[in-house]
Design a protein around this ligand. Structure first.
Ligand code: FES
Ligand code: FES
Length: 151
């Protein structure tokens, strides 16, 4: 059995220890807000937080997520997360939406580390989050707006 703590809840799952965390989240636990894009650390759609840090859940084996706190888009909480989500809506960032839970998880991670990021900080932190709908300018504006509202 693999024991995981996800969004503050303990889950014991019967799975291969080398299975990607993303599979556990979506197929075993039913948290489908985290998306599968490439499975190869190339798109960022699968981004979750592991002990508060953004990681690609397609690249983390479930055994390595044990004894750590996993947070998904369904479980984010706190002032930074709330502000980011509100600003995302206010600025109408989303187009098809597929990449956006990953984008939001990365943006929360960035603003938790750097409260007033520059364009270059944003580019660096969000670089691995691909958006086929090219919402990049709205994402950058939303991160700046969230920073302003959190200040
Ligand atoms: S699905 Fe993990 S980075 Fe693309
Ligand atoms: S909003 Fe469509 S892929 Fe990003």
């Amino acid at each position: 059995m693999i024991n995981l703590s996800i969004n503050g809840t303990a889950h014991a799952i019967d799975a291969d220890p080398e299975m990607p965390l993303l599979w556990a989240l979506r197929d075993h636990i039913g948290l489908t807000g985290t998306k599968y894009g490439c499975g190869a650390a190339l798109c960022g759609a699968c981004t979750v937080h592991l002990d508060g840090e953004p990681v690609r859940s397609c690249q983390i084996q479930v055994r390595d997520a044990q004894d750590r706190e996993v947070t998904t888009i369904e479980g984010v909480s706190g002032k930074v997360a709330k502000t980011v989500q509100e600003v995302w809506q206010k600025l109408d960032v989303v187009q098809c939406g597929f990449c956006q839970s990953g984008q939001i998880m990365s943006a929360i991670g960035l603003l938790s580390q750097i409260p007033k990021p520059t364009d270059s900080d944003i580019e660096k932190a969000m670089d691995g989050n691909v958006c086929r709908c090219a919402t990049y300018l709205r994402i950058r504006a939303a991160v700046h707006q969230a920073a302003k509202e959190l200040a």
